[in-house]
Design a binder for this molecule. Structure first.
Ligand SMILES: [Zn+2]
Ligand SMILES: [Zn+2]
Length: 241
């Protein structure tokens, strides 16, 4: 079924392969562009070997490694509750080993979850062979910015090297949310007066270690509309250690 924002959308901008549409009744921006192929999995041959060994049962291993991580996190919490001074005693190595094992388990479970999605992506839906599919064309990315919701959907095209069967898969990988509008006005990009006000909640997305915020402005003097994107590096603070 056709979505409401598809009915009255008009193309408002086309730049660097990015096409922006706007639906006035639903106050929705739709941005479409081509993405990049998925990067090769960093575990390479190990991943291939694990997939051949375990086939679909990777979830079990993932659960086990999450379970292990949980156990060691509990241990870690107990150590903190008992007091850090425990680490300085002759039994300190137990605490240290617990922490290292916890980190190792967490890392392992992340790797397994990567392998699992690699397994799902490369398995052919027709001939059933695994490690069979490759992306056959660049993915289509669609950003949907509604007044109260924001999402980024990737549509990827997979093709089996054995039977040529094509599968389309959709992913929503990056955490997205709506932010809060700023109260103060900004300088307008056209008339240059300080009359540009945000007319819609900003879109926020986290990609890797960067947070991107897109704000929508409309000038109260000349009516000029513009969007501005800011990026901010996520800093992990270890000050409390
Ligand atoms: Zn196939
Ligand atoms: Zn203006």
């Amino acid at each position: 079924m056709e979505k409401d924002y598809e009915k009255d959308k008009i193309k408002i901008k086309e730049e660097d392969g990015r096409v922006t549409y706007y639906s006035p009744t639903t106050k929705t921006h739709i941005i479409e562009y081509k993405g990049e192929f998925q990067p090769d999995i960093d575990l390479g041959r190990t991943a291939d070997w694990i997939i051949r060994k375990f086939r679909g049962n990777i979830t079990i291993i993932e659960i086990v490694s999450y379970g292990l991580a949980l156990i060691f996190y509990l241990l870690y919490t107990v150590i903190l509750l008992l007091g850090v001074s425990f680490i300085e005693t002759e039994n300190g190595w137990i605490a240290l080993a617990g922490i290292i094992m916890a980190l190792f388990c967490v890392d392992l479970s992340f790797k397994f979850s990567k392998i699992r999605s690699y397994y799902q992506d490369t398995k052919c839906g027709k001939c059933g062979k695994y490690l069979a599919c490759k992306e056959s064309e660049l993915p289509d990315i669609k950003e949907l910015s509604m007044p109260e919701a924001y999402s980024i959907t990737e549509t990827r095209y997979w093709k089996c090297k054995f039977c040529d069967y094509e599968t389309i898969r959709r992913y929503e990988r990056h955490p997205t949310k709506k932010g809060k509008k700023n109260k103060y006005k900004m300088k307008c990009g056209k008339c240059e007066l300080n009359e540009a006000r945000e007319y819609k909640k900003p879109d926020i997305v986290e990609i890797g270690d960067t947070i991107y915020t897109t704000r929508y402005y409309k000038c109260e003097h000349c009516g000029y509309e513009e969007t501005r994107t800011e990026s901010e590096q996520i800093r992990y603070s270890f000050d409390y250690v």
